[in-house]
Design a binder for this molecule. Structure first.
Ligand code: NAI
Ligand code: SF4
Length: 512
């Protein structure tokens, strides 16, 4: 019998390795031959460690399994799919309601088994891309409507077209895997759970624009992802998926992994390029955009992990099929990540258009503490805080922009009624002060002044005057900062004041 246990670092952090060892020991004791496969995680993090057993009715799940639970579960018939199971995993409501394109294989396959990859649809996109002219691959991307999943939502096909049209002997594809947003983990999970998909997406991009070398810039906090990717690259070279003659097409492309050193700002694309060049991660002024002058001054595609992964679906299924998902100008699927104070946290990949409330309440089940939700921050530490009365907002770039918020990289962090929004606003400024690259004054100094001003508000001193000062400062940071770090820190601050004004105003002392 085949038994699956995730090797994803989220699962490992709650004991998946011990559970795997316990299952092997129980099988040995019972004289039972089992085939233990370590997979990625399905993304139902509240069920980790989630053990799955292959049965004639599909893969049956057990979870969360504590290491100490293993002997009793095995005695009750786990290896035959019997006992207290969750039933077939694919039929759980959480899984059934999703449109898993990028995450289709994550949690299902052995991440480093090339046969498992191709048996589950891997390489379809690359094979089709290589049968087309590079310009036609770019046009597929344009038609699909795929927008950058790192946060800014720039149309990927247009970016690829810009790089493709540049005349240069050397071009690069750089994957931004510096996933620094609080509450986001989708890049990590796909790199650990389905690394070949990222390599395939990068190779499609390279072919489309005429690049010969690729880099994946991974944050140092993701050692498992780094190791998995490095192993996957070695295997892919051995399979002829990477190297001097990709899939016998005559096209040459190879990929290297580079590890960051723990700076949030290195997720900003130009700071990432500086870091890749061996320099300190400082933001470069744009223009020129990296598409024209990127790594070592060469035309460079810089895309997020999820964007490059989605390219495999666009090419594999066709642009129209991909574009059939979504709403408005937000086409395809987004991988939402539910975190913070939430009953059921994890990965939800669905078409754009699902509402914020459906994600938080229906998928997430409200807060873990059981108290009412008061606020959610969408799009990382630079994203706005939204109150429950905005739960009707559809996940759509334009709808969010209109509401003064952003979808970003799809992270959703939930807070219950005990949250103090003035402290959250302070945290935004503090985060900016800590992570600022220091290149421009509104961000470098503004964030420090921001912390001081909010501290005064929290103390209750001259609250109205300090709120006016804070608003002024936010305007200056928005207009005067060189990059999104200083330019978007005002989003969480201003949204906290706008939607949760009482947390600031109620601090007024009677004398004010
Ligand atoms: P941006 O709007 O300046 O650029 C978006 C992308 O489009 C860039 O790659 C840029 O080079 C490219 N681009 C712009 N004009 C182009 C053209 N004419 N042709 C070709 N390419 C063009 O946004 P930026 O500063 O790169 O990103 C800000 C976003 O980053 C924020 O919205 C935030 O959501 C996100 N972010 C994501 C984080 C994460 O961990 N994933 C962390 C922090 C921020
Ligand atoms: Fe650096 Fe901040 Fe200016 Fe961005 S806004 S360039 S992080 S100082």
């Amino acid at each position: 019998v085949t038994v699956y246990v995730p090797q994803d670092s989220a699962a490992r952090s709650v004991g998946a390795d011990s559970v795997a060892a316990g299952l092997l020991a129980a099988a040995r004791r019972g004289g039972r031959a089992i085939d233990l496969v370590r997979t990625g995680s399905r993304g139902m993090l509240w069920l980790e460690p989630l053990v799955e057993v292959a049965t004639p009715h599909g893969r049956v799940g057990y979870g969360p399994v504590a290491p100490g639970d293993v002997p009793a579960l095995v005695d009750a018939g786990l290896f035959d799919g019997e006992g207290a199971s969750l039933g077939p995993v694919e039929r759980l409501p959480w899984m059934r309601r999703q449109n898993r394109l990028t995450f289709a294989r994550v949690g299902v396959v052995d991440p480093l088994d090339p046969a498992d990859y191709t048996d589950h649809g891997g390489l379809r996109g690359l094979r089709r891309a290589l049968s087309l002219a590079p310009e036609d691959v770019v046009e597929e991307m344009v038609t699909s409507g795929l927008r950058g999943r790192g946060g800014a939502g720039f149309p990927a096909g247009i970016k690829w077209r810009t790089v493709g049209q540049e005349q240069a002997a050397v071009k690069f594809v750089c994957c931004n895997a510096d996933e620094g947003d609080s509450g986001t983990f989708a890049d990590r999970m796909v790199m650990e759970g389905d690394p070949f998909q990222l390599l395939e997406g990068m190779t499609i991009a390279a072919y489309a624009v005429g690049a010969s070398e690729g880099f994946v810039y991974v944050r140092s906090e993701y050692p498992d992802a780094v190791e998995t990717l490095r192993s996957a690259i070695g295997i892919a070279r051995g399979q002829g998926w990477l190297g001097p003659d990709v899939l016998g097409s005559g096209f040459a492309f190879d990929i290297e992994v580079r590890v960051g050193a723990g700076a949030y700002i290195c997720g900003e694309e130009t700071a990432m390029l500086e870091s890749l060049e061996g320099l300190r991660g400082m933001v470069r002024a744009k223009p020129p955009i990296p598409a024209l002058s990127g790594l070592f001054g060469k035309p460079t595609v810089v895309n997020n992990v999820l964007t490059l992964c989605a390219a495999t679906t666009v090419l594999g299924d066709g642009a129209e099929a991909y574009a059939s998902y979504g709403m408005g100008r937000s086409r395809g699927t987004q991988v939402f990540q539910l975190g913070g104070n939430i009953a059921r946290g994890g990965i939800v990949e669905t078409a754009f258009g699902i509402t914020l409330g459906e994600l938080v309440q229906d998928f997430g089940g409200g807060t873990l503490t059981g108290r009412p939700v008061r606020s959610v921050q969408v799009g990382g530490p630079l994203g706005a805080y939204l109150p429950v009365d905005r739960f009707d907002l559809p996940m759509d770039y334009e709808a969010f922009a209109e509401a003064g918020a952003m979808v970003g990289h799809g992270g959703i962090v939930v807070f219950d009624e005990t949250v103090d929004m003035a402290r959250q606003a302070r945290f935004a400024m503090e985060f900016c002060a800590a992570e600022s690259c220091g290149k421009c004054t509104p961000c470098r100094l503004g964030s420090v002044r921001g912390v001081e001003t909010i501290d005064k508000i929290i103390e209750g001193s001259d609250v109205d005057d300090n709120l006016a000062l804070l608003d002024d400062l936010c305007e200056l940071m928005t207009d005067g900062s060189l990059c999104a770090m200083g330019g978007m820190t005002p989003f969480p601050v201003r949204s906290a004041v706008q939607h949760f004004g009482e947390d600031f105003l109620d601090r007024r002392r009677p004398a004010d």
